[in-house]
Design a protein around this ligand. Structure first.
Ligand SMILES: NC(=O)c1ccc[n+]([C@@H]2O[C@H](COP(=O)([O-])OP(=O)(O)OC[C@H]3O[C@@H](n4cnc5c(N)ncnc54)[C@H](OP(=O)(O)O)[C@@H]3O)[C@@H](O)[C@H]2O)c1
Length: 248
């Protein structure tokens, strides 16, 4: 019970790492707010979750939804202790074929959303609380087709540094988890064909010293550590959970 009575908000928690983290947080005594953009997917979680939780429909790219999310959380659970900005999308396009739509979609969900969610939430986070962003190895590893996605995650890495200094006077720690290739439903939601995803995945996993995709639970375990008091002297950093991909 490493998070007893802590209030945690996890964006994009209807599948993958967000959902795995929500389940682990609930097991560890946290009260968890899970967000998603699909009411149907949120409703389907009721059979899978145990503990004190709240499901909130909120599009990560919408400033109005972020505002409403924070308001609903505070009304229901009081102040926030842990904010995990996890919602994100992955698409790949080579330069020469980039579109404004591709850029806006990725930046609105992956960058604008988290930045403005923190903007709304920060005043409602308890002193001593913590904020964790979900970045990616692609913020330091070059990969074909990933200039927009990779740079969206690099932007978040930079936001972590600035916020860590801004919020340190309130003892709010700000960090990121940086996943390598992880087996989650995201691979079925890209703009790539099944064959292209297979090729991309093969190329990427060939660069992982541990020689495999990671699991959502391996990210959740790290996020639990970062959210807990065991990480009390860690701020402004990014912890890679990437099988060594960006480390060697
Ligand atoms: N899997 C990887 O290999 C990998 C590697 C590095 C970093 N990441 C990052 O890890 C994070 C989690 O991804 P995942 O792999 O766990 O994928 P996932 O299973 O697709 O989970 C992403 C979650 O975010 C939600 N989401 C997407 N767009 C949203 C929006 N506009 N508003 C609200 N919720 C939204 C998704 O809901 P829907 O189902 O409705 O889309 C889903 O619940 C992302 O930020 C991703 O960029 C993933």
């Amino acid at each position: 019970m490493r998070l007893s009575n802590k209030v945690a908000v996890i964006t994009g928690a209807t599948s993958g790492m967000g959902l795995d983290t929500a389940k682990l947080f609930l097991k560890n005594g946290a009260k968890v707010v899970l967000t998603g953009r699909s009411q149907e997917k949120l409703d389907a979680l009721k059979d899978q979750l145990e503990g004190e939780y709240l499901l909130v429909k909120a599009d990560a790219a919408s400033l109005a939804d972020s505002k409403e999310l924070v308001k609903t959380t505070v009304n229901h659970f009081g102040k926030i202790d842990i904010l995990f900005l996890n919602a994100g999308v992955f698409e790949a396009l080579p330069t020469g074929q980039l579109t404004e739509e591709h850029f806006d979609k990725i930046y609105n969900i992956n960058v604008k959303g988290p930045v403005f969610t923190v903007n709304e939430a920060a005043p409602q986070i308890n002193d001593g609380g913590t904020i964790i962003f979900n970045t990616s190895v692609s913020n330091v590893k070059g990969m074909p087709g990933v200039s927009v996605y990779g740079s969206s995650k690099a932007a978040l890495r930079s936001v972590v540094r600035a916020l860590a200094t801004e919020l340190a006077p309130r003892n709010i720690r700000v960090n990121a988890v940086s996943p390598g290739p992880i087996e989650t439903p995201i691979w079925g939601k890209t703009n790539l064909t099944e064959e292209q995803v297979g090729g991309f995945a093969e190329g990427v996993s060939g660069q992982v010293p541990l020689g495999r995709f990671g699991k959502g639970e391996e990210i959740a375990n790290t996020v639990l550590f970062m959210a807990s008091d065991e990480a009390s002297y860690i701020t402004g950093t990014e912890i890679p959970v990437d099988g060594g991909m960006a480390q060697v």
